[in-house]
Design a protein around this ligand. Structure first.
Ligand SMILES: [Zn+2]
Length: 268
């Protein structure tokens, strides 16, 4: 599932293609939005919040999309074969004279008034990648994130980090990578962290994800190297112990957790 870093990069790519330009073609292949007409609207820009994308238009409307498991946006030159957008997997087409953006296998699509955006984001924690999550930002939301992380002190760290109500944007990759970087046992209770350690963990996630964004800008998504995620059975880069995989969350919402049984041993 694409995480906050992938969503940021996707928003940047959509902005490069669409922002400031008038839509010459727009199709929302989604039952509740199929009748909407966006042709003639100017695209103001696309913002990412956690795993959500908000594409704003100058007529006061916002297209809200979520990639869920398999979704992605593709950009093709208008008039090229890819821009024909014939695949039944395409759920949205937004095109200008020059570029055609197609949303594939989107998990959610909703056209709403821009002023109603807070309704869509209600319940989500602060966006771990946002400017206002930095510790030195005015009105920083870091302490809000810390409070949400340790709210249920008996909850495993891996479960709390995956919960978008804690902070928005983390998925299985950056949950596992952050815990590995901080040498934390994934199933240690959140209450085992003091406030400073909790803040350090969230800022580590932020830093790793921003690094991933910088790598993706040069080399494409998925180019960043991970320490544990996807490394099952391979030696840990710190201690050579084979990387293991466990489970976060209760059924039916289980997610894989890659971890090093030595570096991230359970607290005694
Ligand atoms: Zn290790």
């Amino acid at each position: 599932m694409p995480e906050g870093d992938a969503l940021r990069v996707t928003a940047e790519r959509l902005d490069a293609a669409l922002a400031g330009h008038v839509l010459t073609r727009a199709e929302l292949r989604w039952p509740s939005a199929a009748a909407a007409n966006l042709v003639g609207a100017t695209v103001l820009g696309t913002a990412a919040y956690g795993k959500h994308l908000l594409t704003r238009f100058d007529d006061g409307r916002t297209l809200h999309t979520h990639l869920r498991m398999e979704g992605r946006w593709r950009v093709d030159r208008t008039g090229s074969r890819g821009a024909a957008a014939r695949s039944p997997a395409i759920r949205a087409v937004l095109a200008t004279r020059h570029w055609t953006c197609t949303g594939w296998q989107l998990g959610m699509l909703d056209l709403l008034a821009t002023r109603d955006e807070p309704r869509v984001l209600a319940g989500l924690g602060p966006d771990v990648l946002a400017d206002d999550f930095a510790p030195d930002a005015p009105g920083s939301r870091l302490s809000d994130g810390v409070g949400r992380l340790v709210r249920d002190p008996g909850r495993p760290l891996c479960d709390a980090l995956l919960d978008q109500r804690t902070v928005a944007g983390l998925g299985t990759i950056w949950m596992a990578e952050s815990l590995f970087a901080r040498r934390l046992h994934p199933w240690a209770p959140t209450g085992s962290l003091d406030e400073e350690a909790a803040a350090f963990l969230l800022l580590t996630a932020r830093e790793l994800m921003w690094r991933s964004i910088r790598v993706a800008r040069r080399a494409g998504l998925g180019a960043v190297e991970t320490g544990v995620h996807g490394h099952l059975g391979r030696p840990c880069r710190r201690c050579r112990t084979p990387i293991a995989v466990g489970t976060a969350n209760e059924p039916p919402f289980e997610r894989p957790v890659f971890w090093c049984p030595t570096c991230q041993a359970a607290p005694s």
